[in-house]
Design a protein. Structure first.
Length: 268
């Protein structure tokens, strides 16, 4: 891979609150993401993970507190960030795969030859060296997701925000893409914040796993460091131990979340 190394930026979140109307979704969020760190965010459905991620991208403004990215306050937009969504509907269906990947650089004035070079480079990086001439409709779900990742990385973001990017894929494809993402991240040096529901996925990818509490007014409940060597072996004793802790921790929040919605555990 010949992709330029990126300097990951730090993210600092200070006493962050986000409300939609009268509904306070998250509250009192404190988090420091180190430059080049890979952080996974877990928590019950509806607790505010996507909302928190969107606020780091500048798509959602805080109602309280602040977010700093590379020392600058994030509001309205975040020029350092690139966001990968769960579904690959974000692709431009009328453009070829290469045109999709080179879209950002083209908007920033890259010429034709430069666009072709960038598309080839990033498609190779996500394992799709021969797909450039195809249209998104000709690709499988896993291939579309790779294209989306290539398109975001082609902008060389120093902060990559990923919202359940592999959530809609089958388990085998997901595992392959996790291994690829781990390699890409180690190669590029960008900072990653990655939302998932999958504890195994978090333990494959993360330096730290952040667990959010049940909403409303969700907070950061706990943070786990994953020190097992990469690429991660799921049979590593530290990984097994962390899996069990995370499973119990998250289950408690899922039960709390359902109770907050009027559903009791014995009804589950
Ligand atoms: N634009 C919006 N306007 C009003 N309410 C919203 C908006 N976006 C999200 N919400 C509400 O905020 C809460 C958190 O939503 P969010 O999508 O962040 O949860 P999540 O943790 O990502 O859930 P999931 O795991 O299911 O993806 C939900 O109650 C949701 O209904
Ligand atoms: Mg979400």
């Amino acid at each position: 891979m010949s992709v330029a190394t990126i300097k990951g930026v730090p993210v600092e979140i200070r006493d962050l609150g986000i409300s939609f109307g009268a509904a306070e979704i998250v509250s009192g969020i404190e988090l420091d993401v180190q430059p080049g760190e890979f952080v996974c965010l877990l928590g019950p459905s509806g607790c505010g993970k996507s909302t928190l991620l969107s606020s780091m991208a500048g798509f959602v403004d805080p109602s309280a507190g602040e977010i700093f990215c590379d020392g600058e306050e994030v509001r309205g937009s975040n020029a350092h960030a690139g966001m990968v969504f769960q579904s690959s509907e974000a692709l431009f269906e009328w453009m070829t795969v290469s045109q999709n990947v080179a879209y950002g650089p083209r908007m920033h004035g890259a010429g034709k030859a430069e666009q072709a070079r960038i598309a080839a480079e990033y498609l190779a990086m996500v394992g799709l060296p021969h797909a450039g001439g195809k249209f998104p409709s000709q690709l499988s779900g896993g291939m579309r997701q790779r294209v989306q990742i290539a398109r975001v990385l082609a902008n060389q973001p120093s902060l990559v925000l990923m919202d359940e990017p592999f959530g809609a894929l089958d388990a085998q494809t997901r595992q392959v893409l996790q291994i690829e993402l781990d390699k890409i991240w180690r190669h590029t040096g960008c900072t990653v914040v990655f939302v998932t529901h999958d504890i195994d996925e978090a333990l494959t990818l993360a330096d730290r796993v952040v667990v959010m509490s049940a909403g409303p007014r969700a907070r950061i409940k706990s943070i786990y460091e994953v020190n097992a060597p990469r690429p991660r072996d799921r049979a590593h004793p530290d990984v097994i131990d962390l899996y069990e802790q995370l499973r119990d921790d998250i289950r408690a929040e899922v039960v709390a979340s359902l109770r907050n919605q009027g559903i009791e555990e014995d009804q589950l």
